[in-house]
Design a binder for this molecule. Structure first.
Ligand code: PGA
Length: 247
């Protein structure tokens, strides 16, 4: 099984700060190489400090995002873009309000669209029209989800509406006033969409992700653990800290 994990390049980091700095440097370098890069972006706790370092760099070195396109992985269904819990607001708060990215170059599914199926199709098409993602940033759920592709999702899924796993709702309830308030559904890029990215940077931080990290490296490639599909991708770099497990 380990053989199949060979393509995943792993960089183990000392701590969350180092991981975040390295992730930011990685992205910044790619933007410098290709100023009209299409970035795939993730939300959640893990990439927050990476965004903070990108913002610092923007102020210090003026790395420009004017021609960069940004596509987010996912958004909650039923949560308005005005809500502090929307990933739309997360991106504004953590990154977009500070840098020179153009609003019309930032894409995120609309979780309150009247026709969610159509919204998914449109999102997939917008991404395809721009030539797909050049560099996709990913986090990972304790259950192995990437984006909101929960265990059991087909490896062939494109952007779609997903029912969130109860463990995911529980994990994310820290941002809401109660578990009941956590949305039950989300729109997510599918695993096939993610796998079409030319390059992937996966961030894994914290002891609670140790089991997911181990499974990613050593486990089977199975829809029961969605992130395992990444082992079939030719260009994935994993930045990891805190797992304290040998792989
Ligand atoms: P986290 O979320 O970065 O908040 O742990 C990751 C995920 O659930 O994909």
């Amino acid at each position: 099984m380990k053989e199949e994990g060979k393509q995943l390049k792993v960089i183990r980091c000392e701590n969350y700060d180092t991981l975040s700095k390295k992730a930011a440097q990685y992205v910044i370098e790619k933007v410098k190489q290709n100023p009209s890069l299409t970035l795939g972006l993730a939300t959640g706790a893990t990439p927050k400090k990476m965004y903070a370092y990108m913002v610092d760099d923007y102020f210090e070195n003026k790395t420009s995002y004017e021609q960069v396109k940004c596509f987010n992985l996912d958004e909650y269904v039923g949560v308005s873009r005005k809500s502090k819990n929307s990933y739309y607001q997360y991106m504004k708060e953590n990154l977009y309000q500070y840098i020179d990215v153009q609003e019309q170059h930032t894409f995120i599914p609309n979780g309150t669209a009247e026709n969610l199926e159509k919204e998914c199709e449109m999102y997939e098409q917008q991404l395809a029209d721009l030539g797909g993602v050049d560099l996709q940033i990913l986090g990972i759920g304790e259950n192995g989800h990437i984006g909101f592709n929960e265990p059991g999702t087909s490896f062939h899924a494109v952007t779609h509406v997903v029912k969130l796993a109860e463990s995911t709702r529980k994990a994310n309830s820290r941002y809401f006033s109660s578990l009941e308030e956590v949305p039950t559904h989300a729109i997510t890029m599918g695993l096939e969409t993610i796998m079409k990215s030319k390059e992937i940077l996966l961030l894994i931080s914290g002891e609670n992700k140790a089991e997911a990290f181990r499974k990613l490296m050593d486990g089977e490639i199975t829809t029961d653990f969605p992130a395992s599909i990444l082992r079939n991708h030719p260009n994935v770099t994993v930045l990891e800290e805190g797992a304290k497990v040998e792989v």
